[in-house]
Design a protein around this ligand. Structure first.
Ligand code: NOJ
Length: 587
């Protein structure tokens, strides 16, 4: 049966239209496990309290031992530091706080020696207001960079109101309210911004230019075409230094007034073609949070959104956000699924995820990251190491590309109540320095604790790499083992298929199958504080074996195909290998 399915697969690949096969991205993505580093907070090599590139290079053995194959670094370019590096002054130069361009080349080389890859952050949508391009654009209409940005002398009364509102905020420079900034520059009175006012939007044109708004240029105009070319130039520059790909900031919003994302999709299709023709082994990762759009538009990977403000995609799902109402003005959000309270739902997630997975699997990869530099870490009270092991059992057995946010592998906690740092606002709490050892500065820096980028809290040395490496039951060792299992299995890997086999109406446990032509695994997850039991359809195996687990669970195959019974203790997860799977192909 397996041979038959193999031959079928082969025939199917040969019969695929050339255009579909061409969708395949770089080969290395098949096995990629990414690790995201916020560079100011990873490892400080020169004792100034801020992380840097040589610091990262010094930690590659650790990352390799964890099972990481690729890094994504948040922006490392010369920056005005009004938004954690997302306000770029010079895209072609490493910020001196991190070292030099040569340090970047050394990092890439050292990674490559270990068979690992390096991806940077491409801040495609805007620059710093101190960027030379903007300074020139500000000063006149007919200069080289004049139309890199969007200028107007007229904005609506509503927009003027929003500017006023921004100035009523406690810190207007760290407020995202409104679209325009009053600059009173020689070029014009207002410019369009993207996020903070120090981040003027780059001009990729408008999908539907309004004839009453002369500043809205079509995407084909000279300015928007020049910014497109500049993006290619930036990528080429870093590719030539050994960079293996980019995560593209705000990838979906480059073209303005493009509600169905048609024009921005065309832009990325053009980039994809250019990439395929010139740099076929480099990866394009979207910050789009909508793989149904971004992967057909040419990206290799996009993040799958779970949770969010009411009315936004994913709002009906809540896997991890505890205190769901805290940031939502009391609006009703479902309770978190990963919570001992066991009051979460699974149906909305399973149905939406399944639909997106089926729609996009021939284009590229989904990713459900463990965290990122914009979100609260999942390792917050009252979650314990055990809860985190269950969460990791889920996140690291999904199809697509795993992304581990630095520190999540040791359960670094969200720090509440920290001051805003370089435009972080509440995001400081997930950007604190990596905790290597139990010393005062967590082995992150030789600076005095008051000089650290943000404070550390190792809980008396407990939440550190040093302590967890020594403890066989630590989260770190659990994650390592899980990644090792994943790396050795096609079924559990990025391309293995995924199908939900649990009962969607009975949220706990969550049960899904991962398969390749030669292997089948069942994963059962119970984050609730109660013991649970479920019977799923017979999966066609003659025997089963628990390949990896946390807590306690069992898997029993009933005789005569009457079903497979799964039992899980409170807060437990099992990864079960099915053996002798004669009928598995027909399931
Ligand atoms: C998304 C980035 O992830 C975030 O950190 C940044 O503030 C905004 N884009 C603006 O660049």
């Amino acid at each position: 049966m397996k041979l038959k399915s193999f031959l079928w697969g082969l025939t199917a690949i040969c019969l695929l239209p050339a255009s579909l096969r061409a969708e395949a991205g770089p080969e290395w993505l098949k096995k990629a496990v990414f690790y995201q580093i916020y560079p100011s907070s990873y490892m400080d090599s020169d004792g100034n309290g801020i992380g840097d590139l040589p610091g990262i290079t010094s930690r590659l053995d650790y990352l390799q031992s964890l099972g990481i194959t690729a890094l994504w670094l948040n922006p490392i370019y010369v920056s005005g530091w009004q938004d954690g590096g997302y306000d770029v002054i010079d895209f072609y130069q490493v910020d001196p706080r991190f070292g030099t361009n040569t340090d970047l080349v050394v990092l890439a080389d050292e990674l490559h020696k270990r068979g690992m890859k390096l991806c940077l952050d491409l801040v495609a949508g805007h620059t710093s207001d101190k960027n030379e391009w903007f300074l020139q654009s500000k000063s006149g209409k007919d200069l080289r960079y004049s139309d890199y940005y969007i200028w107007t002398d007229e904005i609506s009364e509503d927009e003027k109101e929003l500017i006023k509102k921004r100035y009523e905020a406690p810190d207007p420079s760290a407020s995202t309210i409104g679209r325009f900034v009053e600059a009173n520059a020689p070029r014009a009175k207002y410019y369009e911004k993207n996020f903070y006012e120090s981040q003027p939007a780059l001009n990729y044109g408008y999908a539907n230019p309004d004839p009453n708004h002369p500043w809205e240029q079509p995407v084909t105009a000279a300015g928007p075409q020049a910014t497109r070319q500049e993006l290619k130039d930036i990528m080429t520059f870093w590719f030539s230094k050994g960079v293996d790909g980019f995560r593209v900031d705000l990838a979906s919003s480059l073209v303005k007034n493009d509600p169905d994302k048609k024009e921005v999709s065309k832009l990325w299709q053009e980039m994809r073609k250019w990439r395929d023709e010139n740099f076929a082994d480099r990866a394009l990762i979207a910050e789009w949070f909508n793989p149904d759009q971004s992967l057909p538009a040419g990206f290799d990977i996009d993040f799958y959104r779970i949770g969010g403000r009411p009315g936004t995609p994913g709002a009906s799902m809540n896997l991890f956000r505890l205190n769901a109402n805290r940031n939502f003005g009391g609006a009703t959000q479902p309770k978190a699924y990963f919570d001992r309270a066991g009051q979460g739902e699974v149906k909305a997630f399973v149905e939406a995820f399944n639909q997106t997975y089926e729609h996009t699997k021939n284009y590229g990869y989904l990713s459900l990251p463990t965290g990122n530099h914009d979100s609260e870490r999942m390792s917050q009270e009252p979650r314990t190491t055990q809860d985190l092991k269950v969460a990791m059992s889920f996140l690291l057995t999904l199809p697509g590309t795993p992304f581990i946010y630095y520190g999540d592998e040791i359960g670094m906690k969200q720090q509440f109540g920290l001051p805003s740092k370089e435009g972080s606002n509440a995001r400081s709490g997930c950007r604190t320095p990596m905790q290597w050892t139990g010393e005062e500065t967590a082995g992150f820096s030789t600076a005095t604790p008051d000089k650290l980028y943000l404070p550390v809290n190792t809980e008396n040395g407990k939440i550190t790499v040093e302590a967890e490496e020594k403890d066989p039951n630590s989260l770190l060792n659990f994650v390592k083992g899980l990644l090792k299992l994943r790396a050795g299995s096609e079924a559990l890997g990025n391309d293995g298929s995924w199908v939900y086999v649990g009962d969607k109406e009975q949220p706990y446990p969550m049960v899904y199958r991962r398969s390749s032509d030669y292997e089948d695994y069942i994963i059962a997850i119970n984050p609730s504080g109660k013991k649970v039991k479920t019977t799923i359809h017979a999966q066609g195996a003659s025997t089963s074996a628990i390949a990896y687990a946390t807590g306690k669970g069992s898997y029993k195959i009933l005789p005569k195909g009457k079903g497979d019974v799964i039992g899980l203790d409170a807060c437990s997860a099992i990864i079960v290998k099915l053996e002798g799977c004669q009928q598995c192909d027909e399931k």
